[in-house]
Design a protein around this ligand. Structure first.
Ligand code: FES
Length: 115
């Protein structure tokens, strides 16, 4: 898959509440994936919506994530992740991390980074 020539737009930055996260479906490495996209100010981070603890989705209802003070909490068993880095800072998979999907913010849109 060549995502560098046609940057895939995931969403508008303004679709994401500042300090919050939304779910976006995207093709990553040829696979249809659910992503969690988090925003802080003009920056965005994206991760596979898969918890490293038991492989469950992070959201408590489709597209609804527990995010507070830049910490993303898995709804299944409460693992806490630093939203800016994806590192698990507390809970059953402490020290592990979410799988990051590289994104850029360009002209107010969140796009998959070229690889
Ligand atoms: S699956 Fe996320 S904390 Fe267990």
């Amino acid at each position: 898959m060549d995502i560098s020539s046609t940057a895939a737009v995931l969403c508008q930055l303004d679709d994401i509440p500042d300090g919050g996260a939304i779910e976006v479906q995207a093709v990553v490495n040829g696979e249809d994936e659910s992503l969690v996209v988090w925003r802080r100010d003009g920056q965005a981070r994206a991760y596979l919506n898969i918890c490293p603890h038991a492989g469950r989705r992070l959201d408590w209802a489709p597209g609804k994530f527990l995010v507070k003070n830049d910490v993303l909490v898995c709804a299944a068993h409460g693992a806490s992740f630093a939203a800016a880095t994806g590192e698990c800072t507390a809970g059953p998979c402490r020290g592990d991390r979410l799988r990051a999907v590289p994104v850029d913010v360009s002209e107010g849109r969140v796009v998959l980074s070229g690889t």
